[in-house]
Design a protein around this ligand. Structure first.
Ligand SMILES: Cc1cc2nc3c(=O)[nH]c(=O)nc-3n(C[C@H](O)[C@H](O)[C@H](O)COP(=O)(O)OP(=O)(O)OC[C@H]3O[C@@H](n4cnc5c(N)ncnc54)[C@H](O)[C@@H]3O)c2cc1C
Length: 243
């Protein structure tokens, strides 16, 4: 089903990432499951199939029909350049959705490990907000976020604040291109890629654990292969590929 939404705000999250806050112009509440995405029809091509770009919803369903999308501008990327350069507050966007099956497991395990790079954090923010809203505290969650530089860390303060909402919430950051980060602002920062963090932490097979991975294929494919090699079952590894 197609919908329309007005752009309410565009906020800078990092040098090349913006948080787009939209309001869906439906008379009814726009429902979706945390982890799902919408697909925008952007006027960047004559053929509709070449105009479609999907974005994970970064927030949770709400009466105001607000949707938040965290979007990175790709050099030369048609859709993201249009969103960054042409779309302003008040702009109306056309979209379909929600879509996708990348959602929280029906039966929650003892431990959830979220692994993401860049805007791949968006579905996990939605899932965390949803668990918090339902006051589910007694689940162990480890969020492993990777980016190149410190200024690419998305939702940083909010992610740290989840430590107050869950009995055990661990937030690890992997910086692939920067040596130093101020220790006072984030205690769990690693130099390198996300892989070394879960490979070390979960080398001994945990029972009752699910790994959820989200981002571009470079990271996700490698992580899926690594987890398999480490001995985890396919059914314990869920993923969403951005491309
Ligand atoms: C289910 C789903 C959810 C998504 N959610 C988000 C989201 O929440 N936020 C977001 O920013 N994007 C998200 N994406 C990606 C988004 O749909 C677009 O692909 C992205 O914005 C690039 O579109 P573009 O038109 O700017 O680039 P295009 O003109 O389509 O060109 C992009 C090209 O760059 C390639 N590419 C290679 N490496 C990378 C890389 N590291 N990063 C980007 N592109 C690379 C792509 O494969 C593609 O060929 C999602 C994709 C899917 C399928």
């Amino acid at each position: 089903m197609w919908h329309e939404a007005t752009v309410l705000r565009i906020d800078r999250q990092s040098p090349n990432t913006r948080l787009f806050t939209l309001m869906v112009l439906d008379d009814f509440m726009f429902q979706f499951k945390p982890g799902q995405f919408i697909t925008l029809d952007l006027p960047i091509h004559e053929k509709r199939r070449l105009r479609l770009r999907s974005y994970s919803i970064a927030n949770i369903p709400n009466k105001e029909n607000i949707l938040q999308l965290s979007i990175t501008k790709l050099e030369g990327g048609k859709g993201s350049s249009y969103l960054f350069d042409e779309v302003k507050e008040g702009h109306i966007l056309s979209f379909k959705g929600p879509g996708g099956v990348f959602t929280l497991p029906k039966v929650l395990p003892e431990k959830l490990v979220f692994i993401c790079t860049g805007t791949g954090i968006a579905p996990f923010r939605s899932m965390l907000l949803s668990l918090r809203e339902k006051a589910i505290r007694d689940i162990a969650i480890h969020l492993i976020f990777g980016t190149r530089y410190e200024d690419g860390i998305l939702f940083r303060e909010e992610m740290k604040s989840f430590q107050n909402d869950f009995d055990y919430f661990r937030y690890s950051v992997a910086l692939s291109r920067e040596e130093y980060i101020s220790k006072s602002t984030n205690p769990d920062v690693h130099k390198g890629y996300v892989h070394s963090i879960y490979q070390k932490e979960y080398a001994d097979i945990h029972k009752n654990i699910k790994f959820l991975l989200c981002g571009w294929s470079g990271m996700v494919d490698e992580a899926v292969a690594n987890l398999k090699k480490m001995g985890y079952e396919e059914r314990d590894v869920y993923y969403e590929l951005y491309g």
